[in-house]
Design a protein around this ligand. Structure first.
Ligand code: ZN
Ligand code: ZN
Ligand code: FE
Length: 756
């Protein structure tokens, strides 16, 4: 007979872990107890040696679906004398509890949902300890019904029995509910009047008729229309004031998806996982889906239903619904009922809502798979607030990100909690959302930061927010250093590496705008060892929306004042009477700062090829350039030059552009040029890394920045670097774009003198 005490760390609370332990103890006929403590789950188990050993193995290997066991410490203790195995009441205040992310409805619940004999048949809020809302309904810790938005619903007798029975799948399932005692759906018209009849059946009819509905989900409201109805989709696009950005789709099951998109086993696994993200899938048959869903784009963003409401809406009814975030462009997703009615009814004809509150908003996550790896384009519902494990413990730091694709990060010990995607911090609504998320994370993690890290740019709203926390010491972290550190941190790297950071823009140490950077360094410090040859950014931010300006900046770099010589779509974009002024702007550098941005190089090439002279959203030209390049099989690149400027290398693409202009006038197909541009950029980056390795001896390369959302470039560069025996590290746990920046800022601050 032996007795062991085990401490189980990780996401083990609010996920059915204690009943799992209880059931396991029954199987192995062990005595003892299990309970939640501030440090995780603690248990004692007593029995014959062999069964106890098996019990401990199975404990880790077969943990419940939402649990994530990060470690188990076992010690042998003296045998005691208890009768049977019990679940003890929680002890302590739950400070080290890791709150679980929201999860898609599980298979068991789904089976009950569609079982006419089940007491929750067709009940839209069915859930259990293995699934359902978590992060979005939690108002504080410990995770207990009273501190969730379910507090106002008292369980009926049948629900309470399940809740109190350790052998039941709903033991301590905090959102447990049924049609008798739980939340209910309500359908309203645009004036806020309740629509009579069965809300679900009516909602389905309305969608079928081409109406748009605001639908309350887990982390906020969606705007839904029938994805097969071109008129309805086009009307939603008009109302949402969203000209070209693709809409996400929700399809009832994998068979339905297969009819209009292609997916690999990895993509299928992601779609069907409890996180249920939007996955970018290559288009297949385009007849089922209205063209207005994703114009000028080779991909659909697709997800599966993840709440019972979604299943009830879609099952046997639609090939797919458009399910786009319920917001006006550039504003955060709506999640409060009054707000939804006020702000979404101009966009939606009806609102399908319910009375279970959302405490924390969270958009859908977006993932793209390449190089056999999922890459986050947006990390939010289903993943937040799951932590990234840092390569070491550090002081508690709050990092607030930059401007685009905002997300914050709070560290505790060796864990970095990266928040859900917040949106572009360009307005007060988004800034308010950021402040709210910071407070919420501090509450549920019971953690107060000692230092705040922010971007070097003084004008970002995130920087202003950091400055408003005036009792905390602050550290400004250079944008691309943060990108590099983010990739290092999630890969657990120490020491110095080469960082290839390609993105749209970030303020450099020299006051110019960086974005095509080769850095060498670690968390503490870095050197800028190389960069793309800087060009002017004519009109500053306007150039981001008008890529022809970047093409002209490159033409100016090549031909000086004769830039309007070649007759091209980008030169034609400037009427002849305005050309003199444009040249003056460049010559005198009026509102034309220098930039080494790689994102802007993509814009310039897209404009030169006649693909896009203006864009509706940041990165659009680059996305379309990549899509165009994918239709060619050209294998070779163009010439380029790497110039050693003494303290740094400068990558000069003028030889490439000269060759491209020649081929353009020779009538070569643009898709071939687009692909050869990708080859050139990859070759130039790999060459620059080789030279830096010769100078420094470093052979580890981290790749970060929004440009690495580009599959083609990433795969080309990785394959060149691999052939050249580099060790390559990419971002898989947080996005390579600015959504992953806060993680880097947090570790740079944690390793800075402020924290040591
Ligand atoms: Zn379930
Ligand atoms: Zn009930
Ligand atoms: Fe960036």
């Amino acid at each position: 007979m032996i007795r062991v005490r085990a401490r189980v760390h990780g996401i083990v609370q609010g996920v059915g872990f204690r009943p799992f332990v209880y059931r396991l103890a029954q199987v192995y006929r062990l005595h003892g107890w299990v309970k939640n403590t501030p440090a995780g789950v603690v248990l004692e188990a007593q029995g014959q040696k062999e069964p106890v050993r098996h019990f401990l193995t199975v404990l880790q290997e077969q943990a419940p679906p939402l649990a994530a066991v990060s470690g188990v410490q076992v010690e042998e203790i003296p045998v005691a004398d208890d009768a049977g195995f019990v679940i003890r009441a929680s002890g302590g205040d739950g400070t080290a509890v890791l709150v679980a992310p929201d999860s898609a409805v599980c298979h068991d619940c789904l089976a009950e949902l569609f079982d006419p004999a089940d007491r929750r048949y067709l009940y839209p809020f069915i859930n259990c300890t293995n699934c359902g809302p978590r992060y979005s309904i939690i108002r504080g810790v410990p995770y207990d019904r009273g501190l969730t938005t379910m507090a106002g619903f008292s369980m009926c007798e049948a629900c309470r029995r399940e809740y109190e029975d350790p052998a039941d799948r709903r033991f301590h399932a905090q959102p447990n509910a049924c049609p008798v005692c739980g939340p209910q759906l309500i359908l309203r018209d645009a004036q806020g009047r309740e629509v009579g009849g069965d809300p679900l059946a009516t909602a389905i009819d309305l969608l079928k008729e081409g109406h748009s509905l605001a639908v309350k989900g887990l982390g906020g409201y969606h705007l839904a229309v029938d994805a097969g109805n071109e008129m309805a989709v086009a009307e939603l696009r008009r109302r949402k004031n969203r000209d070209e950005k693709p809409f996400a789709l929700m399809a009832p099951d994998m068979v339905a998806i297969a009819a209009f998109a292609r997916y690999s086993p990895i993509e299928a696994g992601l779609l069907q996982g409890p996180e249920a993200p939007i996955v970018l899938l290559a288009k297949r048959d385009q007849r089922l889906i209205a063209p207005a869903v994703a114009p000028a784009n080779g991909y659909y963003g697709v997800m599966l239903p993840y709440t019972p409401v979604h299943h009830l809406l879609l099952r046997d009814r639609f090939h797919a619904l458009v399910m786009t975030s319920g917001n006006l462009t550039d504003e955060p997703i709506c999640y409060r009922d009054e707000e939804a009615l006020a702000r979404l009814t101009p966009l939606a004809d009806y609102v399908l809502s319910h009375d279970r509150g959302i405490h924390m908003r969270a958009d859908d996550s977006v993932i793209r798979v390449f190089n056999g790896q999922p890459v986050f384009l947006r990390r939010a519902r289903g993943y937040a607030p799951r932590p990234v494990t840092l390569p070491g413990s550090q002081q508690q730091v709050l990092a607030v990100g930059a401007e685009l694709k905002g997300a914050v990060c709070l560290t505790r010990g060796d864990r970095a909690f990266v928040s859900q995607h917040i949106g572009d911090l360009k307005n007060v609504a988004t800034l308010d959302s950021l402040a709210q998320i910071v407070t919420h994370l501090q509450d549920i993690l019971q953690c107060r930061p000692q230092v705040v890290a922010h971007d070097l740019h003084p004008d970002y709203l995130s920087t202003a927010y950091a400055e408003s926390l005036d009792d905390l010491p602050r550290l400004a972290v250079q944008h691309h250093h943060a990108h590099m550190a983010s990739c290092m941190a999630e890969n657990g790297l120490e020491g110095e590496v080469i960082g290839v950071v390609f993105d749209g823009a970030g303020l450099g140490k020299d006051g110019t705008i960086w974005g095509g950077e080769f850095l060498v360094g670690g968390y503490r410090d870095f050197q800028r060892c190389g960069h793309l040859r800087p060009v002017l950014l004519p009109g500053g931010d306007t150039a981001v929306r008008e890529p022809y300006r970047m093409a002209l900046a490159y033409l100016y770099d090549m031909f000086g004042e004769k830039l309007f010589g070649p007759a091209l779509p980008c030169t034609n974009a400037v009427p002849s009477e305005k050309r003199g002024l444009f040249v003056q702007m460049l010559k005198r550098r009026l509102n034309a700062p220098l930039t080494s941005s790689c994102g802007r190089l993509f814009d310039a090439v897209a404009a030169l090829l006649g693909l896009r002279q203006t864009v509706a959203y940041e990165g659009q030209a680059a996305i379309e350039l990549e899509a165009l390049a994918e239709t060619s099989t050209a294998e070779d690149g163009y010439p380029f030059e790497i110039v050693d400027g003494g303290d740094s290398l400068s990558v000069d693409f003028r030889p490439m552009l000269v060759a491209m202009l020649r081929e353009l006038s020779g009538g070569r197909p643009p898709n071939e040029l687009a692909r050869r541009f990708h080859h050139t950029l990859a070759a130039a980056a790999a060459d620059t890394c080789s030279r830096i390795r010769r100078q420094t001896g470093h052979d580890r390369v981290v790749l970060s920045g929004g440009v690495f959302q580009n599959r083609l470039l990433s795969e080309m560069l990785c394959s060149l670097l691999e052939d050249d025996d580099f060790h390559i590290y990419t971002q898989r746990l947080v996005p390579p774009n600015d959504g992953g920046l806060a993680l880097g800022q947090a570790i740079v601050a944690g390793r800075s003198p402020l924290c040591v």
